[in-house]
Design a protein around this ligand. Structure first.
Ligand code: FES
Length: 150
């Protein structure tokens, strides 16, 4: 089936079987591999993308449901060759280790700060609570989001 998607401000046409996950379409059809596939069951946060500004798991979202919505992946966060302030802050605070969780963390951090530009630490931890970091650098990630809020 043919789908029209709006991804990172660009209209994309993809052919995929109904029910194909949005993660699969983004990675395999559009080559947007910053979106990671971890658990594939909505439990780890690796695959999060922005859908109309909200952070959602793309692994459990059939591509059909993404039609008509504005999708933003990590590739779409930078503007004009400039990293997004949240990306800058992650670099500054060294808020990553293996990097498997980083894309999803960035997406949820951007969604949080768009809605709440000056979150308390508890609010940051709550916003990121759906993301697993196997390296355990949660403290540095929270610090990075606080830095980005400045
Ligand atoms: Fe989607 Fe884990 S891969 S939540």
């Amino acid at each position: 089936m043919r789908y029209e998607l709006q991804v990172n401000g660009v209209q994309q046409i993809v052919d995929a079987p109904p029910g194909t996950s949005l993660t699969s379409v983004l990675r395999d059809d559009l080559g947007l591999t910053a979106t990671r596939l971890g658990c594939g069951h909505g439990s780890c946060g690796a695959c999060y993308v922005l859908l109309d500004g909200s952070a959602v798991a793309s692994c459990t979202m059939p591509v059909d449901e993404a039609v008509g919505h504005e999708i933003v992946t990590v590739e779409g966060l930078s503007q004009g060759g400039q990293l997004h302030p949240v990306q800058e802050a992650f670099l500054k605070e060294d808020a990553m280790q293996c990097g498997a969780c980083t894309s999803g963390m960035l997406i949820s951090a951007v969604a949080l700060l768009d809605e709440n530009p000056h979150p308390q630490e508890e609010e940051i931890r709550e916003a990121l609570s759906g993301h697993l970091c196997r390296c355990g650098v949660y403290g540095r990630i929270v610090k990075a989001v606080e830095e980005a809020a400045k």
